[in-house]
Design a protein around this ligand. Structure first.
Ligand code: NAD
Length: 321
């Protein structure tokens, strides 16, 4: 069995590896070659923690496994990341444990890769202004991955906690993009691509603020009750998701679905666009919205790449069960 530490994951996997792994697995899901098993998520009644499993099988890539982990709100005080996860990969031919892979860094990489895949396939080619709503841990990863998809000329950003914005400005500076903190209305008026990556439970971006041709990647809503955009905006947009049923139940589209503004049939798996089975954006004026709820197969895909690269480079630990 291979052991791939958090540190090794950071050493071996880069954004293009994560992008390709996530793009391939979304395509496999849309072809019916890969599927996610039902998600388990439990409030364990200890340390205020939420704990669960996300698992699946990719028959095309022969990747089988589970991501186990959750959210421990008291961890920050102990100098640890609140979100904790570990990926277990199994040999699909024998069921034997193949690798144990640290999942924290990979979660941020695969989540950023997901919105980057959507930007690459759905945003206008001439997108120039990137709008960031959110400035937490994931936002920095999102900004770096998005910046590689289009020739962005600047970043406009808003955050509920404005004191967090200088951290994101630093990331923009590192990649050579001018950065401006703005109000949300201005962000909507100027941005060609908008990423939302917050833990909000209320709409932050309203329909009337968004200009025609915008692409939105809504990445923060991954639980019932969370919300980042106006349901009327969801109803107005061409909708895409990593996994349609998850989007309609725990993702950003949940609110428009429960209000009866749309039904699940209005949402297209982004993998269909990747496979060429759906044209995606059809005009320069379409508003496209990708709902990235996060699926186990993304975690398994990037963990598998990390395990293979670490093994190739002699960086994987070895252990017997
Ligand atoms: P974080 O705690 O580092 O940052 C939280 C962000 O949300 C900050 O920008 C903060 O200012 C903002 N925020 C907090 N309370 C808010 C409120 N009431 N209204 C508006 N904004 C508020 O968290 P993170 O790790 O950056 O994660 C951000 C979100 O992304 C979380 O909701 C997390 O569950 C979600 N997430 C989704 C995926 C996915 O695959 N879709 C993966 C990882 C994380």
């Amino acid at each position: 069995m291979l052991i791939i530490s958090e540190e090794t994951c950071q050493q071996v996997i880069d954004r293009s590896d994560a992008f390709t792994a996530v793009e391939n697995v979304f395509a496999a899901m849309a072809r019916g070659d890969a599927y996610n098993f039902p998600v388990i998520r439990e409030d364990i009644g200890h340390a205020d923690a939420l704990y669960g499993f996300k698992s699946g099988f990719d028959r095309a890539g022969l990747v089988l496994g589970v991501k186990s982990g959750g959210y421990w709100p008291g961890n920050a005080e102990k100098g640890l990341t609140n979100h904790q996860s570990t990926v277990f990969l199994f040999d699909p031919d024998t069921g034997q444990l193949k690798a144990l892979v640290g999942g924290n860094y990979l979660t941020a990489m695969r989540t950023a890769a997901s919105s980057a895949v959507s930007i690459s396939h759905l945003s206008r080619e001439d997108s120039k202004v990137l709008g960031m709503v959110g400035a937490g841990h994931q936002a920095a990863f999102q900004l770096r991955a998005a910046a590689e998809q289009r020739k962005f000329e600047r970043v406009v950003a808003w955050n509920f906690h404005p004191e967090m914005l200088p951290g994101l400005a630093e990331v923009a500076g590192e990649i050579g993009l001018p950065f401006e903190a703005v109000e949300r209305e201005q962000l909507g008026a100027e941005a060609d691509v908008i990423i939302t990556i917050t833990s909000s439970h209320e709409p932050l971006m309203m329909k009337e603020w968004i200009k025609p041709g915008t692409h939105l990647a809504c990445m923060g809503t991954d639980t019932k009750g969370k919300q980042e955009v106006d349901p009327a905006l969801v109803a107005r947009a061409m909708l895409f998701a990593d996994e349609v049923s998850q989007s309609a139940t725990i993702g950003e589209t949940q609110h428009a679905v429960s209000a009866g503004l749309i039904d699940e049939g209005a949402i297209t798996p982004v993998g269909k666009v990747i496979n060429g089975a759906h044209p995606g954006r059809q005009s320069e004026n379409d508003i496209t919205l990708f709902d990235g709820t996060g699926v186990g197969l993304q975690d398994l895909a990037v963990a598998n790449v990390a395990a293979n690269l670490a093994q190739e480079r002699g960086l994987a630990g070895l252990a017997e069960l």
